[in-house]
Every structure is written in C-alpha cells, then in structure tokens.
Design a protein around this ligand. Structure first.
Ligand SMILES: [Zn+2]
Length: 251
C-alpha cells in the first residue's frame, strides 16, 4: 500500500475516534480508501479508530464483495466467507462487515474515501422522530457547501448485508431523483457516512454535519429550525465562489 495513502487514512481515523471529537468510541465506526480500480483498504473488524495501526487496515478486492449486494438471501456464514475471501493478503485480518457498503460507495464517481461514525449530535436526531427532516433541512450556507443540498436518508436496516443493500437502494434512488452525487448518507437509529475524494474532504464533511446537527437540535428546542429554502440552497450550491471554496477545501 502507498505510505502516504495509509497515513492519510490513519490520520482521519485517529481524528474521528479521538478524545476531542468523540465521533466514535470503542469499536464503533470505520474508514476506507480506494487504492486502485481493483482494490481498497478498510478498517479491520474489531479494531478501534482512535488507535488504528497499519496492521489493522485490510486490503480487499471489490470483485469479491460487490456481487454479495445482489444476493438478498445470503446468510451470515456466506457473508463471513466473502469477507475472508476478499482479502488480498491471506494473513490480513478480517475486514469489518461494513466493508460491504464501503466497497459499493467507493465505486461512485469522485469517491475515493469513506468515513462512517456514530456521532452524538447527529444520532440525537437520527434516533428521534425528526430524523428524516434533518436529511433535507439546511440551516446555514456552509452546510450546503460541505454536505450538499440534501443528504441520503436510509430507514433503519440491521447492520450487515441488509444495511449495505439498503444503502445502495437509497443512494441509487437519491441520484435518480436529484441528479446529484451524495456527500452525506444518514442511517436511521445508527449513524452517518460521508463520502469524498480524500480523507481531508471526508473529515470536513463529518465535522460540518455534526455542527449542523448541534444547530438543528438547539433550534428545535427554540420552536423549530428556520431552514434555508430550496432556492437559497440551489443558489449557494451553484455559486462560482462556492465551487472555488470546495476546490480549495479538497471537496
Ligand atoms: Zn455503524
């Protein structure tokens, strides 16, 4: 694996699991990076983002995992076998079960990195009756820049194959309906995924989404968030100076 790529993924992982952000604790969350057209590296099962080491990253082949998404009846044992078989190095640790959705998301245009966490403010909303509102609400211009005009919302699915299939279904429906590639995917009663061209971009999107969630929760306590209108969001998303900022920020 290229050393710079590994280091950038480790830096992202340490930030997400670190004491300052606490977007994930213990074995929560996972990160991944596309290495080339055939392979990607992802957090190994049972490892901790805050202390992730190079040996806890497992290089996997896309072509061993993607077919599972078309196998609705695959059982836990078959999924486990596919995870082991996807490893490029047989001595490597078993990849996280969420490697399935990482594999899919890393095939989307412009996506080279994926970060998934159980952030507290975001989950306050995703575990409430306002969960779906948060996917479409945008309260500040910077949220539009970093998180897009809308997020994908995935109704609760059991972690594992069902969740990965649910993510693929909702992302495909989002792209068909909006004509846009998503930056943020919200998992009801579970957590958030950010996708982007680099670990730096994924970190920026997750930081902004968590901040937006804190604002949404606070505004809900003061009578309800006053959101930007769709036209205001479109204007921000379409402004040339915002495109320049996105470029500078590596988005
Ligand atoms: Zn999770």
């Amino acid at each position: 694996m290229p050393t710079d790529a590994v280091q950038s993924l480790l830096d992202l992982s340490h930030a997400l699991g670190g004491e300052r952000l606490r977007m994930s604790i213990l074995g929560e969350g996972n990160t991944s990076l596309r290495l080339d057209a055939e392979t990607f590296t992802v957090k190994a099962s049972g490892s901790n983002l805050a202390t992730l080491r190079p040996a806890e990253l497992t290089v996997c082949r896309f072509d061993r995992l993607l077919p599972l998404l078309d196998a609705p009846s695959a059982n836990d044992q078959e999924v486990d076998q596919a995870l082991f078989a996807a490893r490029v190095d047989e001595a490597a640790r078993k990849p996280s079960i969420e490697a399935l959705f990482h594999a899919y998301l890393l095939t989307l245009p412009g996506v080279a990195c994926v970060g998934h966490v159980h952030a507290i403010a975001v989950n306050q909303i995703l575990c409430s009756t306002r969960a779906r509102d948060f996917a479409t609400a945008r309260t500040c211009p910077d949220e539009v820049v970093m998180c897009g005009v809308e997020s994908v919302f995935v109704p609760y699915c059991e972690p594992g194959l069902a969740l990965s299939q649910g993510i693929r279904r909702e992302v495909a429906a989002f792209i068909r309906r909006t004509g846009r590639d998503p930056k943020v995917i919200l998992l009801q009663n579970h957590g958030i995924i950010a996708v982007g061209p680099s670990p730096k971009a994924v970190l920026g999107t997750l930081l902004m989404a968590e901040k937006a969630a804190e604002i949404f929760v606070g505004a809900a306590a003061l009578g309800g968030p006053a959101c930007l209108t769709p036209a205001q969001c479109e204007r921000i998303a379409g402004r040339p100076d915002e495109h320049y900022r996105q470029k500078v920020l590596g988005l």
